[in-house]
Design a protein around this ligand. Structure first.
Ligand code: SDX
Length: 396
């Protein structure tokens, strides 16, 4: 019986309930992010995602997520200045990235280079608030530089150094595309980073908390989370949505595509969510950002396919609580910003580092190593048999 088929099992010994994928099972107390999946509400430290995406900046939201309060002007200036000062990445890391195969996926390059940061900074000083602050600054500052660096390295070019006269998002787009972006594009990208920064105990954040609970260093925590985010059921979906829209090709083909997906139980990428039973509030904001970009820089021809797919799915997937999630429109925004498709998930990681670090710090505040139990379904009390006496069925 596959995990998906097993809905719920009671553990006779302890009387506890097994739920596949820990669906609905709380594994920690947290004050970072609140989601109301029935109403479609999302807030970071009590501030609605709509207000933060409209009025805040990614670095201000990062500070809020990690330290729990909006920074005062001096705190924000100091944090921005520290992040700006630490954007550069050691030549050793850049040289290491030059040894990566150019055909490798940028998420694997990011996971390797994020983990390598642990080699440069002392480990296990995690009871020291200054160490925590410094690690947060380094990771928030260096992850975008590493994503942009691999993009240029795999094209056979030398990475571009960060520009201190550009703010966080404008600087990333500059390092990635080799040209200074329109201020509207940089602002819209910064709002995308706010939208993707945190989402309670999604798979990669849970991975970060489990890794953090062993008291390892924050670079290993982030590398663990990056590897988890890369999966197509999680952060990797934003890449697949564009491929799906291009496969559909035209709004006229949407109905037939949906017929096939539903008949053959195929997942429609960018749809569905473990928490939301309505449209992901982030998808609505991303749709508005896409339309703002299209108004200025021209429309993406796949947008009409996406809107038709959302409209057609409302009556066919909606009754099952399956609606667009954060990944459905984000790829159209990123493509319009000139971001290559296989960098969509690394961009998700640039943003989600804020949430992972907030959960890392929270886990350290009240830590107990994660070690869940299981319901054993394997064989018992078997005797070892010499190879010559084994039939082909043993161990096959
Ligand atoms: C992210 O957790 C987070 O917060 C994640 C995230 C974040 O900010 O960190 O929001 C980011 O990961 C968004 C999700 C991106 N992934 C995708 O878009 C991939 C497509 N979506 C599905 O794989 C799925 O919806 C999940 C993984 C997102 C959620 O899966 P669940 O909650 O485990 O649901 P399930 O797979 O058990 O499906 C329940 C039912 C099944 O039908 P039945 O067998 O009961 O008849 O719903 C169906 C599924 O077939 N279903 C879908 C579907 N998603 C669920 N059917 C068609 N298309 C889909 N997308």
């Amino acid at each position: 019986m596959s995990q998906a088929q097993v809905r719920e099992t009671i553990n006779e010994a302890s009387g506890t309930v097994f739920r596949p994928g820990l669906e609905g099972v709380p594994v920690t107390h947290s004050s970072i992010c609140d989601i109301d999946g029935l109403q479609g509400n999302l807030s970071y430290r009590g501030y609605s995602i709509q207000e933060l995406a409209a009025k805040s900046t990614f670095l201000e939201t990062t500070y809020l997520l990690i330290w729990g309060e909006l920074p005062n002007p001096q705190q924000l200036r100091d944090f921005e200045a520290e992040v700006q000062m630490h954007r550069r990445v050691s030549f050793r890391v850049r040289d290491m990235m030059k040894c990566f195969p150019a055909t490798g996926h940028p998420m694997d390059a990011l996971q390797s280079s994020a983990a390598s940061l642990g080699l440069f900074y002392s480990r296990r000083a995690i009871d020291n608030p200054q160490y925590i602050y410094d690690a947060v600054v380094r990771l928030i500052a260096k992850i975008p530089t590493m994503v942009a660096a691999f993009q240029l390295i795999r094209k056979g070019q030398d990475p571009i150094q960060p520009r201190d006269d550009l703010a966080y998002s404008a600087n990333f787009l500059y390092m990635l595309t080799e040209r200074e972006q329109d201020p509207l594009a940089a602002r819209i990208f910064d709002r995308c980073l706010i939208l993707h920064a945190e989402h309670s105990l999604n798979a990669s954040t849970f991975s970060a908390r489990v890794t953090a609970s062993t008291l390892t260093d924050p670079y290993a925590v982030v590398a663990s989370a990056v590897g988890t985010l890369a999966g197509p059921l999680h952060g990797g979906a934003n890449e697949d949505v564009l491929a799906m829209l291009e496969e559909i090709g035209s709004p006229n083909n949407v109905s037939a595509y949906l017929d096939d997906a539903i008949t053959n139980k195929k997942k429609v990428m960018g749809f569905g969510h473990r928490e939301y039973r309505v449209k992901d509030p982030r998808a609505s904001i991303l749709q508005d950002l896409a339309e703002e970009l299209f108004a200025r820089f021209g429309k993406d021809e796949m947008y009409d396919v996406a809107r038709e797919l959302e409209a057609e799915s409302a009556s066919r997937l909606g009754p099952k609580g399956i609606f667009p999630n954060v990944d459905f429109y984000s790829g159209l925004v990123y493509r319009k910003l000139g971001i290559p498709r296989d960098l969509f998930t690394p961009v998700f990681a640039i943003s989600r580092v804020a949430g992972w670090l907030a959960h890392w710090r929270e886990q350290l505040g009240a830590n107990r190593i994660f070690r869940p139990s299981q319901i054993y379904t394997g064989s018992k009390s078997r005797q070892w048999i010499a190879p010559s006496e084994r039939t082909t069925t043993e161990g096959s």
